[in-house]
Design a protein. Structure first.
Length: 724
């Protein structure tokens, strides 16, 4: 069998016809049938649905042979329709029986004979199926009553409703991805909702008591429990559309009921059928097509679900699909960016938190990600003093603060656990080195030139507010919202939807995104463009930018010039003695290589053993003490470095000195021109001696500032003149 796939990406198209009323002698070439066949959309349709009354089976001609011939004739026509639609008859056509298929002229009690003949011809087409490639689940029902006095009325057997409930549970449990993405459709012949235009009583057979679905209330309630979105039917030869909202727990489920009219009998309404378009995560609609003249033409269009309705249904389905643990009434996150370090101060507020399912939640997994960010423990502040919440880094994360993909994992422990009684709490944290201020540095960190703050909604949040406060002098000129689905692909439709609720206030240097029912598993980002490089970021003059570039070029050239490197080494050695006299402290000079995207060691004080070319090891901005000083544009001191093994990537030994157990590393960024120029170098002092005076700087900001000024002055007055 050919693998099923949709004709057009992102949507499934259903053709819904009903009430053909074929006889053995019905001629396919008659204008009624030729015009219907001609109108079928060859390039669009994915499925054909026939909701009953395929044959007429009138009194006086209702012999088994006549019934069989009628079914064979209508099947032959439907095969031509399937061929026209370029779909497979066995796998893409669904058929349910109507009262005329089982009863003489729809009211005589000849069910058994016709029943056998229907199933001989359409057994493969009367079925329930979850069709993942088409993102639909089909429930097919026989709505014909079996009693003589049922006449043309209908009833769906409770056994069929129980089977549907079992199927929906099985699909939900065993094929959750396909089930959660599927539009669920129920097909039957009889109308489960009244159709006002057909409430006529010209004869006893037109009385609603003899036409209706007797257990319509039970049927509709069961469809809601099965998660059905659309009910398709025929029977009254009148196309109709209704939309009903059912309360389910603390939400509403919308159920659309669509009648096809009749393709074979003209009554109160012309011949008609439906084309139903189901668009992934977007507006879905019914286009009614009718034949008032010789050919079919568009009649009316009805919206099955607009984007807001479809995404609300997707919200609950994705919550199940992503195994949401909690439901949050309101989530607010306020980010404040520090200048110039790029630290994030985060304040979060969770209101009305309950367990999503029946089981209490004791542990809530979390993860954070960033290529240069240094993630610290989150602190919780519950509204209820009896509630205890604790943030715990996972074991793997404790050994490796940043995984290869820049992610760090943790979990929160709740005592008592989250149940059905709402709780509220705050969470505060700080993330050093999180934000970059120019595109080149951002690209070197993560291969993207935009900066952003994002939120991945793993749980069911009814309202999310994400706010960013920028430094006054750094409010971006271009801000936008980006939305990624669970596969990290852009969802343009969701992006357009939430962008309506995005505001940025330049006078307050603030951007705010408000999202009603953010889709679980989705990532919502506030992105902004950055200046091209540091010179553009700082708005340096062309002269100053050129002079800074000249200094950087001369520093990088030291790696290839042993003579010049020796001269600089001598100056660095003297500087090391001035900063930390009487100890074996190494003085290292680093420069940022724009082409390679990291810091390189270009020279070392004469007490070091780098006689040949310095180690070719690249330090990313934000990593190790040296990278942190460069990224933060401020001096960084770490003491007892060898002890901080859990944070080694930030506080540990330099990567090319892994065997050393440093007691202190003090790194100072150098800018040119002073005092607000481009970063041209980092000078680091690395102490292994417990008597190092660097240890005494730990508790004195004044001493750190004094030593930093000493080092900056030495670079500009002694080292730079030798370079340039």
């Amino acid at each position: 069998m050919k693998q099923l796939q949709r004709k057009k990406s992102g949507r499934t198209v259903l053709i819904h016809i009903s009430d053909l009323h074929f006889e053995p002698t019905t001629n396919h070439k008659d204008p009624i049938w030729a015009s219907l066949l001609e109108d079928m959309p060859r390039d669009d349709a994915d499925l054909l649905i026939v909701s009953g009354d395929l044959i007429n089976s009138s009194f006086g001609q209702s012999s088994r042979q006549k019934t069989r011939d009628s079914f064979e004739n209508v099947k032959s026509y439907l095969e031509r329709v399937a061929e026209r639609l370029a779909i497979d008859f066995s796998n893409q056509v669904f058929v349910v029986p109507g009262n005329h298929d089982f009863r003489g002229t729809g009211i005589g009690a000849f069910r058994k004979t016709a029943y056998d003949e229907f199933y001989k011809v359409f057994e493969k087409n009367f079925r329930n199926e979850l069709i993942a490639p088409f993102r639909v689940a089909i429930f097919s029902f026989d709505s014909n009553g079996s009693g003589f006095l049922d006449l043309a009325s209908g009833v769906v057997a409770e056994s069929a409703l129980i089977e549907a409930a079992s199927l929906s549970s099985r699909w939900r449990d065993h094929e959750p991805s396909a089930w959660n993405e599927a539009t669920r459709i129920a097909i039957l012949h009889h109308h489960p909702m009244p159709i006002a235009a057909t409430d006529q009583r010209d004869s006893i057979t037109e009385f609603q008591e003899f036409l209706l679905l007797k257990n319509a209330g039970l049927f509709m309630t069961q469809m809601v429990h099965c998660g059905v979105d659309i009910v398709l039917h025929g029977h009254r030869h009148y196309p109709a559309f209704s939309k009903i909202r059912f309360p389910v727990d603390d939400r509403e489920q919308v159920l659309s009921v669509v009648a096809a009219g009749s393709a074979g009998r003209k009554g109160l309404y012309p011949y008609a059928y439906n084309q139903i378009v189901l668009q992934d995560g977007d507006e879905s609609y019914v286009e009614r097509r009718s034949r008032s003249t010789a050919t079919y033409a568009p009649d009316k269009t009805f919206v099955l679900s607009d984007y807001d309705e479809s995404r609300r249904a997707r919200f609950e389905r994705l919550a199940h699909q992503n195994a949401a643990l909690i439901r949050v009434k309101k989530y607010m996150r306020f980010e404040t960016i520090d200048d110039p370090a790029g630290d994030l101060e985060t304040a979060e507020r969770f209101e009305g938190v309950i367990a999503y399912g029946d089981d209490p939640v004791r542990v809530l997994p979390s993860s954070v990600s960033g290529q240069t960010a240094y993630f610290l423990t989150r602190d919780y502040y519950p509204d209820d003093s009896q509630q205890v919440i604790r943030w715990v880094w996972d074991d793997k994360s404790a050994a490796e603060p940043l995984l290869e993909d820049g992610e760090r994992r943790a979990h929160s422990e709740f005592d008592p656990p989250i149940g059905d009684t709402p709780i509220s709490f705050r969470r505060l944290s700080k993330t050093p080195n999180a934000i970059h201020f120019n595109a080149r540095e951002r690209f070197h960190a993560s291969r993207t030139e935009d900066e952003f703050i994002s939120m991945t909604t793993r749980n069911a949040m009814e309202l999310m507010v994400l706010s960013i406060v920028f430094p006054k002098s750094r409010f971006p000129q271009q801000l936008r919202v980006v939305v990624l689905n669970s596969e990290d692909h852009p969802d343009v439709r969701e992006q357009l939807h939430v962008s309506r609720y995005f505001a940025y206030l330049s006078h307050a240097s603030t951007a705010v995104l408000t999202v009603d029912h953010p889709l679980p598993g989705y990532t919502y980002q506030i992105r902004w463009s950055l200046p091209a490089d540091e010179a553009a970021e700082l708005q340096l003059t062309a002269l100053d930018a050129g002079r800074a570039t000249q200094v950087i070029g001369a520093l990088l050239e030291l790696r290839n010039d042993a003579g010049a490197r020796a001269a600089i080494a001598s100056l660095l050695g003297a500087l090391g003695l001035a900063v930390d006299p009487g100890t074996d402290t190494r003085t290292l000079l680093f420069c940022y290589d724009d082409e390679r995207g990291g810091l390189l060691l270009v020279a070392a004080g004469d007490s070091n053993a780098y006689d040949d070319t310095p180690p070719d090891f690249l330090i990313q901005a934000g990593r190790t003490i040296v990278g942190r000083a460069y990224k933060r544009r401020e001096p960084v001191l770490a003491v007892d470095v060898g002890v901080h093994s859990s944070d080694a990537i930030f506080d540990g030994p330099l990567p090319f000195e892994k065997d050393d157990d440093h007691v202190a590393i003090f790194a100072i960024p150098i800018v040119f021109p002073k005092p607000h120029g481009r970063r041209v170098a980092v000078i680091a002092f690395v102490a292994n001696d417990a008597g190092s005076s660097l240890l005494g700087l730990h508790d004195s900001r004044d001493d750190i500032r004094r030593v930093s000024e000493l080092v900056e002055t030495a670079f500009h007055e002694q080292i730079r003149p030798v370079l340039v």
